[in-house]
Design a protein around this ligand. Sequence first.
Ligand code: LMR
Length: 328
Amino acid sequence: LAALAVAAGMILSPSLAAAKCDAGEKILKFSLVTAIDGHPKGEAAKAFAERVNREFQGSYCLEIYGNSELYDDDVVFDALLSGDVHFAAPSLSKFGKYTKKLQLFDLPFLFDSPLHVMEFLSTPDALALKNSINTSGFQGLEFWANGMLQMSGARPLRVPADAAGLTFRIQPSAVTDATFRALGAETKTLAFSKVYDALASGEVNAQYNTWSNIQTKGFYLEQAAVTETNFAYLGYMVVTSSAFLDGLDQATRDKFLGLLKLTTHERNRFAFEINQIRRQDIIDDDGIIIRLNEEELQLWRDAFAPVWDQFRDEIGRDLVAAAVKANA
Ligand code: LMR
């Protein structure tokens, strides 16, 4: 496993949440809801903090808080505005209060693979999305990758009809809500930190997430099986407040943004691999993964297809078309 971890570019040093800041350094906080070690976002945040703490030695110290230790994603936005935290990387599904455009990424079966997502994210149409939340006092900085979404339930999900009547935990996304309702399922919006207990108690009996989230939080332990559908993409926008950014002098700001860009380039290419390792961990732990053949996958595509027409105008027809083009 150590060899695999090194191959995936993981940094095996202890969590920087425990890093000691020197006296006189200004402490900055990065708040995450996910695991830190062995997780695409956690490892990226750690790599960013290592860079910041090396380059800004004596002036700034960046602390990483994982596992919703500080804030759930619904409240982290206010914490950014009040200056209690300085960086967060909520999933693209969690910006709905500030822009409808990022719901794009929740459209079912929009991207053929994580590579196509990465391709789209480097286009001007996608880069412009970083400014889509400016009017609310935020600045999107970089897109961080996690991976494709899988789903699981209290009973095995092989065809869409298997999901009817289940209650899926969802992120706060109208598109995702419509996606599962298209299957005849119920939905319940819950913070990531509440999902495991909700599955264990039966408050919800189905969920969807990436391999890394399902494995690091043990969701598969409370489910009959995880079905490999890759039905949508879960990624992040690193976000800060405009007030924090504008408060830095130009050279400091450029240096922060440069270090973040470097980290993004370095880490995003490992996200897919980390998810594959976490997937294997589930298998090694006797978790059951259902793989679908092409005909079965097509049934899920067909079941979800109506969702596109429901949201195309709200998201923006041109934006949807530009994303589809990335699959070409
Ligand atoms: C979720 O709430 O399921 C995810 O957005 C968590 C995360 O940050 O990956």
